[in-house]
Design a protein around this ligand. Structure first.
Ligand code: UD1
Length: 421
């Protein structure tokens, strides 16, 4: 645990390489046990969520070894189908271990992840889908007990909402089930495509990821696999926003341009000049950003909710009024009160979903508290642009998804230090 100390005002210039994606590595780590043998995963981000996933794997008997950014997992020694409750509490997305363990052991006990900093985040879609695949599910004393004494069998599953986690849980459970599973209204996020590539490398037969319809033909057995995790599109978006808010210029390498289109389209609207090459993106910011009439979050390929807070910081210093409409998470706006401490002019609707942001020429430094991962990143961006000093407390949220963010920002000219508490 620590805090970030920032002296605002430096324009950011330079080049950064983007590491593997948080939302890509987590479902991959929840699926490594499916092959009962070895998985070699390159480009692993060293973030706290990866470390918690590794602890979960070790707690159920897998052997893990980290060599640089390569993680080797041997799941032949797996000896438990219970995910420790304290680790589930640490990381809400550990719910994807439900599908991995159900697929491998046909049985799993996991504590209910409950609410989180972004709102209630129910898992009804996950459980409904797994029941359709033949799982018996009992919810008791805060635990989910899931078993499939009979075989798991393929099914047609229509998701009421294209949930990322539910789509992943179905893919993991159906990979070793009997027969064919078809998911309609599946999540289309690029991380789902990366998961499909990884599972197919193990011998699964999955097609359609990246579209709303995914077909999984169950196979009897999976085998060793080697995979390189896709780059983190949200980390990339955050660094583009950091350059934009400071009036700087940045080049990011190791990115997939089409993954960034929903973000770069909106950065163009703020007046930033962008150029994409095969695996890099270059951004040059204007002296003052333009507002965005309406910024509405939605599932991919819409504007990602995971970039909404960072854009709120940008629009707080834009030349005019912007409206931001959050449609994915009910409690995504905890950063609003903190940005207001820094002089941002934001009016949040009573349902907490719509923000009217009136840009001011300058924010002022302040002591603010990070309440969640992307909100914390947004406060760091605001600090980079603010006059004077900013302290962003409670670094643990930011560390869940950014690998030493202060080192990357320092490398492109920011005056930022991390103080461990
Ligand atoms: C994933 C990402 C997260 C991102 C989110 C939306 C990972 C590890 N996390 O989270 O960074 O912000 O996608 O892009 O990949 N919902 C239900 N019932 C369910 C499941 C979801 O009502 O059974 C609701 C949620 O409460 C939320 C919305 O659907 O309001 C989106 O959730 P979902 O797509 O499942 O997000 P996650 O997989 O949790």
């Amino acid at each position: 645990m620590g805090e970030y100390h920032i002296r605002g005002g430096n324009q950011l210039y330079g080049q950064l390489r983007i590491n593997g994606g948080k939302n890509a590595i987590l479902p991959i780590l929840a699926s490594v046990m499916l092959n009962g043998s070895e998985s070699v995963i390159h480009n692993c981000p060293k973030i706290s969520d990866t470390l918690i996933s590794i602890q979960i794997l070790e707690s159920i008997g897998c052997k893990t070894k980290m060599e640089g950014a390569t993680l080797i997992v041997d799941s032949s020694t797996l000896n438990s189908w219970e995910v420790p409750a304290d680790l589930v509490r640490e990381m809400r997305s550990s719910i994807i271990f439900l599908g991995g363990l159900l697929g491998r052991c046909k049985r799993v006990k996991i504590s209910y992840p409950g609410g989180c900093e972004l709102g209630a985040r129910p898992i009804d879609l996950h459980l409904k889908a797994l029941r359709l695949l033949g799982a018996d599910i009992v919810e008791k004393h805060g635990f989910i007990l899931c078993s499939a004494d009979k075989r798991l069998t393929g099914a047609c599953i229509h998701l009421d909402f294209p949930s990322v986690g539910a789509t992943e849980n179905i893919m993991l459970t159906a990979a070793l089930a009997d027969g064919e599973t078809v998911i309609t209204n599946a999540a289309r996020e690029p991380e789902i495509q990366d998961l499909q590539v990884f599972l197919n490398t193990m011998g699964a037969q999955i097609s359609g990821a990246g579209t709303g319809s995914i077909v999984i033909r169950g196979v009897k057995k999976l085998h060793d696999a080697e995979h390189t995790v896709m780059p983190d599109r949200i980390v990339a978006g955050t660094f583009l926003a950091a350059a934009a808010i400071t009036g700087g210029k940045i080049e990011l390498t190791n990115i997939v341009p089409e993954h960034l289109y929903p973000i770069t389209a909106k950065l163009s609207e703020t007046g930033c000049a962008l150029r994409m090459e095969r695996n890099s993106v270059y951004l040059e910011a204007p002296s003052r950003l333009r507002p965005i009439e309406t910024l509405r979050t939605s599932p991919h390929p819409g504007f990602p909710t995971d970039m909404q807070p960072q854009f709120m910081s940008l629009l707080s210093v834009a030349n005019g009024v912007s409206v931001i409409n959050e449609t994915v998470f009910e409690s995504r706006n905890k950063h609003v009160a903190e940005l207001k401490r820094m002089g941002a002019d934001i009016i949040l609707s009573s349902d907490g979903l719509t923000s009217v942001v009136k840009g001011t020429p300058k924010l002022n430094g302040a002591i603010v508290e990070s309440k969640d991962l992307r909100g914390g990143a947004a406060l760091i961006l605001a600090g980079l642009a603010a006059e004077g000093s900013t302290v962003v407390m409670n670094s643990k949220h930011v560390e869940r998804g950014y690998e030493q963010i202060e080192e990357s920002l320092k490398a492109i000219g920011a005056d930022i230090t991390f103080r461990k508490l």
